[in-house]
Design a binder for this molecule. Sequence first.
Ligand code: URA
Length: 471
Amino acid sequence: MLAHPGDFAEWRDAARGLLAGGVAPEDVSWRSADEGASLFGGTAPLAAPGTVALPRELLAMADRVICHRDAAVPARLYRIVWRAARDLQLLARRTDPDIDWLRKADKAIRRDVHKMHAFVRFRRLGEDAGRESFAAWFEPDHRILRLTAPFFQRRFYGMDWAIVTPDARAIWHKEALVYGAGGTKDEVPDSDVVEDQWRTYYGAIFNPARVKVDAMRAEMPKKYWKNLPEARDIAPLLAAAEARVERMREAAVSMANPLTDKWRTRVADELLLDDDIQTLADVARAVDRCNRCPIRCNATQGVAGEGPADAQIMLVGEQPGDQEDLQGRPFVGPAGQALDQALAEAGLDRKRLFLTNAVKHFKYEPRGKRRLHQNPTAGEIDICRWWLDKERALVQPKLIVTLGGSALRGVMGKNMSVTSMRGAVHELAGGAKLVATIHPSFLLRLPDRTRAAEERAMFVADLAQARALAA
Ligand code: URA
């Protein structure tokens, strides 16, 4: 009799005792507490668990598959371990009906775990002594809470939370994880402010030109929609997709052909001497002709910094992207839009900032008709520092905000960790201050939405700190 369906340790101890006692699978009747009493009334005493050598992979699978809702699972798993103890190659026999069943059941559990990781949505409950608390309701197909809770523990270590499912609940409180009885949906609030963030985020990442409804349904099956705040926007977004694609097509900038006239007729580079460069306009002209490193060969043009010559804050990015390369201006593509939104939220006016990059040409790898961004090497950043230093000398900002690792290297002249420098204010030689934060394109790449919302909030906080410092 298993008192806790889905509890691996309980099943394992029982199976060990039965194996040690030499009890054949056909002589065992497995029951679980939620099925009621056994036909035969009681539980036979088990032999003391002995040592049975079983493949590690089999135990790992049994640990997951025991969470399967099928009531026949404990018996079927026992039959498999019984056979595996006598046949070391059993797991490799993929056509064996038991092994075929085991692998399919394991796949179902892993898929359920993956969906739970992706679709749990926390609702804010409140705050207690500076710690925020959240709760989420979720209905997994199987009893997988034990398998998924450690993921949420790692991810949301710094807040208190509870995940309630029909079978059990996991509670992370004051840095201890405990499990309790199952619950109902109405224990968890229906909506909160975080919900709006989800919906805005989903709307922003929804790409109308890449709509694949079948793939979307496979990844986000309809049964999960009822607990997903963003799901109610799917139908309107899909309905508007075609018109949005048409508008995108009309507004599209066609990709520059590297063999355009501009490229072929570019004047031979003169070696620009320090003294020739007196203004930001000189920098912009000269950057376009720079051939100190090979990146410029395939770029459409050099992209110098932009903004008032007396700006108090200088924002340094990595390098121009596809759109910046075509338009000749920094931060005008998707990362630029993410940056603009964050700046607005932090109360910073882009027009009053000087925006530039550590590297002034777009480095990419051609892939079909697309140009895929490539990170500049440390050597390329170091070569390009000559331009960044010129811009710094001309603008003389009070505060420099570096966006990402390349920018930090560009300013500091050596590899430094953004994570360890973030959150503090650093003094630079010459008196300016430095604040290091992430690159906005990092936010666009985060697949996990909760994490993206958190990272975005921290990014806005960094920018707000910069505004306060400069003021
Ligand atoms: N990313 C950058 O680092 N800089 C830009 O100008 C655009 C995208």
